[in-house]
Design a protein around this ligand. Sequence first.
Ligand code: VGL
Ligand code: ZN
Length: 219
Amino acid sequence: MSLARLDDTVEAAASMTVPLGQARPVQYGKTSALVVVDLQNDFADPSGSLYVRSGEEVIAIANREIRRMKDAGGTVVYTQDWHPPSTPHFAKDGGTWPVHCVQRTWGAELHPDLLRVEAKTIQSGADGGDGYSGFTERDPRTGAESDTGLADYLRERGIESVVVLGLATDYCVRATALDAVRAGFRTTVLREGVRPVELEPGDGERALEEMRGAGVVVQ
Ligand code: VGL
Ligand code: ZN
């Protein structure tokens, strides 16, 4: 991408922000990291194959928090759901979901309005795994869990607190926040910046309750 094009993108993204929605915003500093979960076309664009209702509203909130985190000298990480064309994650192959976020397709790209800053991007699901967390993957056949390296990356940078937002509350946000708290990070889910899939009504609230029970601050 040329520099001019990059500038345009940054400007377009910068205009897609919203005022602070909380009375007391989460405080960011050099030991904080923002994990921006799966803000990809298939989830956040109404024409995406696994569109999460109101998912596009999260983009402006994410942009605002990305900017605040960068201004505070903290770390930003993006995650991408990143599937091969066939995986037991998909209904057509015996799983649950419509085909989505297939590697190197439009649906797997980060939403074009999302502010992109220099940051690590974690692509998970590449080996056909059906885990939902940015921290771990799960082999669909053996169930064995493996590490994406995210926890070590954050520790190396001296990160103590992790803030999670993105899609979807009841799947990748839930799994990522639960793993973050288990890995020993002070973990906050930004309620304003998440939306649920809700295969069953109430799944979003239940997921938030479960996260709270595990020690995640939902703010
Ligand atoms: C997700 C369903 C299937 C997510 C990923 O990002 O929450 N949900 N794959
Ligand atoms: Zn997926």
